[in-house]
Write a protein that binds this ligand. Structure first.
Ligand SMILES: Nc1ncnc2c1ncn2[C@@H]1O[C@H](COP(=O)(O)OP(=O)(O)OP(=O)(O)O)[C@@H](O)[C@H]1O
Ligand SMILES: [Mg+2]
Length: 364
């Protein structure tokens, strides 16, 4: 793997001069020293690559205690937004403030407050995790006991003990990702920006990293990107869906689920022998807008869509329960659906693309 220049802060001359490429002359010792109000504030952010607009007037803010999830199809602009937020890419337009520091004019001050896991977690392939973390600690101006403690706790949090002395180049994808995570959290920054932190991890590690993010969330403002929609519910307090550079949805997991056509739908699983009779009766239930039927051998799943949109509503499930009792049906499952994020995601990100700006050289 190639180290990506600029993906990690460069070691400098220690002057702390904002313009010199030096990352930290003092270490941000977290958390509670940061200003009140949002720790990340982004206003009308735009990034153009030639005539192509990759990020188009994106605005959001993240407060301490929030875990904001970026969702969006490949090429939506998630990584580009993160690169700008962390000061590794200059915006075409817009303002970014991290812990009150303007990321363009006070880049190094802002970067001291940020832990960043870049896409693909580039690292120096010939280094071992131990050597790499020591190197990052030096860049972050940690030394002596502080450095030892920071390295030990990052190693513990990411469970790297087994591979500490093996060249990064020879590590499996998941372990490389964990090395990237360890460097991001090493200086205990108040702001964490992580581009697909669980990408490539096995299910146990995914779970562990989600727990880690949850545990850190109380004291930090965290932004993650992910393609795993269940992560939104598992760890995010809020999510943005980004499509072709624009925010197309912004809300809590519950608010996004409420936009699903499956929100408050009632799912009932019956013996297939009952299916024909049940289909007629279920369609006639008061408040049913439509019925979807899936036959799986001996059992049939009916999904009843409600005419009531919006907030939690149990009327339909009550009506269906009554019908079940009246008919004496043996029910294999009966529940009210919270909504399906994958359906919301698909609907919002697969809109009509006619008239869309096209990227030069992109296949039509
Ligand atoms: N340096 C660059 N020059 C030209 N185009 C670029 C550059 N960097 C990114 N892009 C384009 O900007 C768009 C957004 O890319 P970005 O990497 O931000 O997407 P993403 O949402 O992170 O996607 P993924 O889910 O695949 O990681 C893409 O069309 C990409 O090709
Ligand atoms: Mg990306």
């Amino acid at each position: 793997m190639r180290a990506e220049p600029g993906a990690y802060p460069a070691a400098g001359d220690g002057t702390g001069n904002e313009g010199s490429g030096v990352i930290a002359s003092t270490v941000v010792h977290t958390s509670d020293s940061s200003p009140a109000g949002p720790l990340i504030e982004i206003h009308n952010l735009v990034k153009r690559f030639g005539p192509f607009t990759a990020v188009d007037r994106v605005s959001f803010s993240v407060a301490r205690g929030e875990v904001l999830g970026f969702l969006g199809p490949n090429g939506a602009g998630k990584s580009t937004t993160m690169k700008m937020a962390t000061g590794f890419l200059t915006p075409s337009e817009g303002d970014i403030r991290v812990c009150g520091f303007d990321v363009q004019s006070r880049r190094l001050s802002a970067q001291r407050a940020i832990g960043y896991l870049p896409e693909g977690a580039p690292a120096y392939p010939e280094m071992t995790p131990r050597g790499f973390l020591r190197f990052i600690a030096r860049i972050r101006r940690l030394s002596g006991q502080d450095a030892d403690q920071a390295i030990t706790s990052a190693i513990n949090a990411t469970e790297l003990e087994q591979v500490l002395d093996q060249p990064i180049d020879t590590l499996s994808k998941g372990y490389r990702r964990r090395v990237g995570l360890a460097q991001a959290i090493l200086h205990n920054p108040p702001v964490l920006i992580m581009d697909e932190p669980t990408d490539g991890l096995d299910p146990n590690q995914k779970y562990q990293v989600r727990e880690l993010i949850g545990a850190m969330a109380r004291h930090k403002a965290i932004v993650i990107s992910t393609h795993i929609l269940e992560e939104v519910d598992a760890i995010c307090t809020r999510a943005l869906i980004i499509d072709r550079g624009r925010i197309v949805a912004d809300g809590t997991p519950g608010e996004l689920l409420a936009r699903s056509r499956y929100h408050n739908a009632v799912s009932i699983t019956l013996d297939t022998s009952l299916a024909e009779q049940a289909a007629l009766l279920l369609r006639a239930v008061h408040g049913v807008a439509a019925v979807e039927e899936i036959r799986r051998g001996p059992e049939t799943i009916f999904t009843l869509f409600t005419t009531v949109q919006g907030e939690a509503d149990t009327t339909l499930v009550d009506h269906v329960s009554r019908l079940v009792r009246e008919r004496g049906w043996q029910v294999r499952a009966l529940y009210r659906e919270p909504g399906r994020l994958d359906e919301v995601f698909r609907r919002l990100t697969r809109g009509d693309r006619s008239g869309q700006q096209t990227k030069p050289g992109a296949a039509a």
